[in-house]
Design a protein around this ligand. Sequence first.
Ligand SMILES: [Zn+2]
Ligand SMILES: [Zn+2]
Length: 233
Amino acid sequence: MIITDLFYPKRCPVCLDPLPPGRRLICPPCERRIKRVSGPACYICGRLLSDESEEYCKACRTRRPSFEKCTAYAEYASPAMRRMIAEVKYHGDCQLLDYPCKDFAERMRAVIGTYGAEALIPVPVHRERLLARGYNQAEEIAGRLSAVFGIPVDPSYLSRVKKTTAQKELTDTARMTNLYDAFRLSGKPGKYRCVILVDDIYTTGSTVESCARVLKRAGAERVYALVLFTSRA
Ligand SMILES: [Zn+2]
Ligand SMILES: [Zn+2]
């Protein structure tokens, strides 16, 4: 038993109940309650599609993103997942990420091996938000994936220079304008040929797209993305 478990018991990411001390990261019945992405998803952005015969969502068909492919772990739509992310983001309980990240990384390990990525790049948060919150949830996710993939995290290669309005309050076009110039390269141009962006949630994809553009301008030939949660296209 790990001694800190006595004082800070780990909680199940789905039901949020304390877990018995030890190695368990989720209660067994809750493992089945996670809606992992299965069934039709856009081949590029990874968002869920309702039509099995489609390969790409409308957005990716209309305009091909700058990144190669984004893969998500689970559907964000379930109340349990929304609650979990809120606990992580606003109450600082990053331990809740342990199970989903480990499960995701183990499922993705073989595919990731074929990418040849040199670094995991977490989507940065603005410095002020980082100071207020104390951590960047995307970096927390990247660190946990890195432990399984054996690919280093580079949390300072990109920075967020603009504090953006809450994205969910904006239309698609406004989101892209809102994010235009929000990210900057803060590392050395040409450092990486292939990288994997990491974020918590993919909704319209404008955040991942904005970061991918900066990385490509910096000389990356291929940019992939991994997100914990995705939405329906
Ligand atoms: Zn549970
Ligand atoms: Zn798509």
